[in-house]
Write a protein that binds this ligand. Structure first.
Ligand SMILES: [Zn+2]
Ligand SMILES: [Zn+2]
Length: 343
């Protein structure tokens, strides 16, 4: 993947931070903890008792279930509202509209509705309960080592050494900021979520509706969720209107409403939600096509302020198709937060 193809360069005259030469690495590795995870298999018996998963040591504000396989943000009230709205609206649709439409129109209505409902629920639950790509904080030893490197690089005794690093990505210089909470330089596209209190790789945004951060490991399922939800909402909306129209042909519209009062409720919920969901789907389709994150788009990280090619998005490929494939079909890395490490 393009994100990983960067190399460090020195900043400033003193060469702020050099590449890791000898000794321990300067920060916790953002990718692949093969050595640490490998310890889970066997290892020395005295070390085994001290092996712990990283989330157990640095939980942030997230909550963990099933040995860290299920993760949820601390505030999940809005997520419950999302679940309640989807389940109640779909429940009313399947109970009150589907039998009539299957009898008077086609049996395809409940089948299509069922398939869309399955997609919506599976992608929602996967987005909400998956580790979005949280990076564990530096251990005291790693933090002290990095601190030593930063201090030794600062030549001036009057000013504190710079807390930024510069890397080159596809010929473009990108600044990496130091995270004072996690005590490490954030890798490219990583940002610290103030609600979860953790650094998340390829941070998109924190979504209260799904009760989780949206990042490198769950962006794909998030996009599938909003896309399938927009189809489901539009489908239910169209079906309910058809249902009421067919009923009103027999008598009048008012008596049709009286015969199926649940349809009115569905109509109201779908009418008010479909526009925002469709808008959100369109916005994220644009982000996927340009290989951007919401965070980068809001901050205008790659907007051409200087109207030159230098400020172009360095992660974007030459074509829209390649961008879509890279975002939606690329491999999903294993959870670093669940890997084992001896502490
Ligand atoms: Zn952080
Ligand atoms: Zn978050």
């Amino acid at each position: 993947m393009k994100e990983c193809e960067y190399r460090q360069i020195n900043t400033g005259p003193g060469g702020a931070v050099t590449s890791p030469a000898a000794g321990t690495p300067p920060a916790p590795p953002p990718h692949g903890d093969a050595a640490a995870a490998g310890g889970g298999g066997g290892g020395g018996s005295c070390k085994k008792s001290r092996l712990r998963r990283k989330w157990e040591v640095f939980p942030g504000r997230n909550r963990f279930y099933c040995d860290g396989r299920i993760i949820l943000a601390s505030q999940s009230g809005v997520f419950m509202l999302t679940l309640g709205l989807i389940l109640s609206t779909c429940g009313l649709f399947f109970v009150f509209d589907c039998p009539f439409l299957a009898e008077h129109l086609t049996v395809a209505v409940p089948i299509i509705g069922g398939v869309l409902f399955f997609f919506v629920m599976s992608s929602l639950l996967r987005t909400s309960f998956t580790d979005p790509g949280i990076l564990p904080r530096a251990t005291p030893d790693e933090a002290a080592d990095l601190e030593k490197q930063i201090d030794s690089s600062g030549l001036s005794t009057y000013r504190p050494p710079p807390r930024t690093k510069e890397v080159v990505i596809n010929g473009q210089v990108v600044k990496l900021k130091y995270c004072f909470t996690c005590k490490m330089f954030r890798p490219p596209r990583t940002s610290h979520c103030s609600l979860c209190d953790n650094c998340v790789e390829r941070f998109d945004h924190h979504c209260p509706w799904v009760g989780n951060c949206v990042g490198k490991r769950n962006y794909r399922t998030f996009y599938m969720f909003i896309l399938s939800l927009s189809f489901l909402t539009a489908f239910i909306f169209a079906c309910v209107i058809t249902h009421l129209t067919l009923r009103s042909q027999r008598a009048n519209f008012l008596s049709a409403l009286k015969e199926s009062p649940a349809s009115v409720l569905e109509l109201v919920v779908c009418f008010f939600s479909v526009w925002s969901i469709l808008g959100l789907s369109g916005f994220h389709t644009y982000l996927v096509a340009s290989n951007l994150t919401t965070n980068e788009d809001i901050k205008g990280s790659w907007s051409s302020k200087r109207s030159s090619d230098e400020s172009a998005n360095p992660y974007s490929y030459s074509s829209i198709v390649t961008n879509c494939c890279a975002v939606l079909c690329g491999p999903i890395p294993p959870s670093v937060f669940r890997s084992l490490k001896s502490f």
